[in-house]
Design a protein around this ligand. Structure first.
Ligand code: NA7
Length: 532
């Protein structure tokens, strides 16, 4: 039988920042490519997460592409941490500048990707009933793209309006004069609550686990600051490449336990005043030593107590897990908002939600009436978007089954049994512990070099070897075990989704080590991969 021909060399799933950069790079090496995007527009995370206050928590000069120097120079960021509309505008600008949209089909979900062993091609089907054959398929589906809806009895029948932060209506939501419930206190809730509270009649926050949130100290970027940063952009990018997170920070080499208390508190105070995620790097051992972590956590709790006037609310807002165990949040006026007369906190540890009936939400001890409920309840992180697609590799074996004990893979890039299928910033890679844009560029560049190597050497198939995959899985767990967060329940471990196998998913070895490992593997003729 005559072999089937591919429609396209590389089929890309998703048109967020990963998908956009992939299209650009594939074109550069002369491979045909096409992307399918479920949303009606590009931007991925920044398309969907339009809730009030949504913004990045990595400074925008860093949270932007570095691959094109002119792009870096021409784009103006208005604030230190750009708000969602501006990030989306930036994504649109990138797409326009590099003429990427013509390679994207919007409002088209990839529903299945099945490996056709006879033809050595991937067969892809979409929600528009189209079928495609590709030599390679790259899942650029993001880490936090499948929102989680809690199984609250009666939620689907709630008489008012229900909004999910990760699927916010594009026309915006008017909460003026409404009684609003916000369920969850992760990053999305912490960013949106202060703004909702400014317009709503009442806001009731339903908190299951108190979180750590550091003030952002966001500010308008002046033209002088912008010019200064742009003049030294190359150096900034080089410096970022050397840090664990790919973010320019000044990690302290000192132990929190070895400095006098006065110095320790002054250091925390300075980091708190400066704001943002660098708080985590106040001392070298905060993230790895429980006693050191306790000092940072205690400082934090005292800050909460000093800001929040009502003692009971302040205590309920004090976290009980290690600082940095769950993703640290970055806010503007989150704790201050609890001093408003129209904001109250319900501690679900004391009174869990029982059910919703009509417009009434019942906890085990009280009932509340609401006009709107905001679900800020997180995502089926890292594997959710991949498992939502019927992906089947050799011998028709489903990825879901291959990952029943956790997302085994090699370098977070490929899975044994799934030749020519790549994942971008997925489990097993540093992704969510880094500046995502840096992680995306590193992954896409590596995949591009790999595909170019294959073209030049007339190779058609690449597959991760099972031993390499096993070894990488051990390395991912080893790297995580050094950090306190590996023992904290979070979306990093899959603990937020009932029935999901609990394993630490992102790679904690740091971006520089990871980048060097990937480069070394490539240099050593793609060690651990079988190329044919
Ligand atoms: P997160 O950080 O996963 O937060 C979800 C929140 O929702 C968290 O406080 C959860 O409490 C809470 N939650 C989840 N299910 C329930 C139920 N059933 N009842 C009450 N509360 C619940 O998601 P975000 O969208 O805020 O942030 C995601 C990432 O985006 C963030 O880390 C940044 O990287 C950007 P829990 O802690 O599970 O007890």
């Amino acid at each position: 039988m005559e072999k089937q021909k591919p429609d396209v060399d590389v089929l890309i799933v998703g048109a967020g920042f990963s998908g956009l950069y992939l299209i650009h790079r594939m074109r550069q090496i002369g491979l045909s490519c096409h992307a399918f995007e479920a949303a009606a527009g590009l931007g991925g995370t920044w398309y969907w997460n339009r809730y009030p206050g949504a913004r990045c928590d990595v400074a925008s000069f860093e949270y932007s592409f570095s691959f094109d120097k002119e792009l870096e120079q021409e784009w103006e960021w208005s604030e230190k941490y750009a708000p969602q509309p501006e990030i989306l505008e930036y994504a649109e600008h990138v797409a326009e500048r590099f003429d990427l949209k013509k390679s994207i089909s919007f409002s088209t979900k990839v529903t299945s990707a099945i490996y056709d062993e006879d033809n050595k091609l991937w067969s892809i089907k979409t929600s528009k009933n189209s079928a495609h054959k590709a030599r390679f398929v790259v899942f650029a589906t993001g880490c936090l793209s499948v929102p989680f809806t809690p199984p609250i009895v009666g939620l689907a029948e709630f008489a008012g309006s229900t909004y999910t932060t990760g699927r916010w209506p594009h026309e915006g939501v008017g909460f003026t004069s409404q009684k609003v419930a916000v369920i969850g206190t992760g990053s999305s809730a912490i960013q949106s609550i202060p703004l909702i509270a400014k317009v709503a009649a009442e806001v009731t926050v339903f908190q299951r686990t108190a979180n750590y949130s550091v003030p952002a100290r966001n500010a308008i970027t002046t033209p002088e600051e912008s010019n200064r940063t742009k003049a030294s952009y190359a150096a900034l990018r080089e410096q970022a490449k050397t840090t664990h997170s790919g973010i320019v920070t000044s990690p302290s080499p000192k132990s929190a336990l070895e400095v006098p208390e006065e110095e320790r508190l002054a250091t925390y105070e300075k980091r708190w005043t400066d704001g943002g995620l660098p708080f985590l790097a106040a001392f070298s051992d905060v993230m790895i030593d429980q006693k050191a972590n306790d000092t940072a956590s205690e400082f934090f709790k005292n800050k909460i107590r000093s800001v929040v006037k009502d003692d009971e609310t302040a205590e309920a807002l004090c976290p009980t897990f290690p600082l940095g165990g769950k993703r640290m949040c970055v806010d503007t006026d989150f704790y201050e908002t609890f001093n408003r007369d129209n904001v109250s906190l319900v501690n679900l540890k004391k009174e869990p939600i029982e059910s919703i009936e009509g417009s009434t939400l019942h906890t085990t001890s009280r009932s509340f009436e609401f006009d709107s409920i905001v679900l800020a309840t997180g995502f089926d992180a890292m594997t959710g978007a991949l498992n939502a697609v019927d992906i089947r590799g050799k011998e028709d074996f489903p990825l879901k089954q291959a990952w029943s004990e956790g997302p085994d893979n090699y370098l977070g890039l490929m899975v044994n049994g799934f030749p020519n299928l790549f994942t971008v910033t997925g489990p097993g890679s540093p992704s969510v512990f880094t500046n995502m844009l840096m992680a995306i560029e590193q992954h896409v560049d590596w995949i591009t070099d790999c595909l170019e190597h294959m073209s030049v050497n007339d190779l058609t198939l690449i597959e991760a070897q099972s031993q390499a995959q096993l070894d990488w899985g051990k390395e991912v767990q080893r790297a995580a075990s050094q950090f306190l967060r590996s023992n904290t329940d979070s979306w990093y471990t899959g603990a937020n989704i009932e029935g999901k196998k609990n394993v630490f998913m992102p790679y904690m070895g740091g971006l520089p080590v990871y980048r060097e490992t990937c480069d070394e593997v490539a240099r050593e003729n793609y060690r651990g991969f079988t190329l044919t």
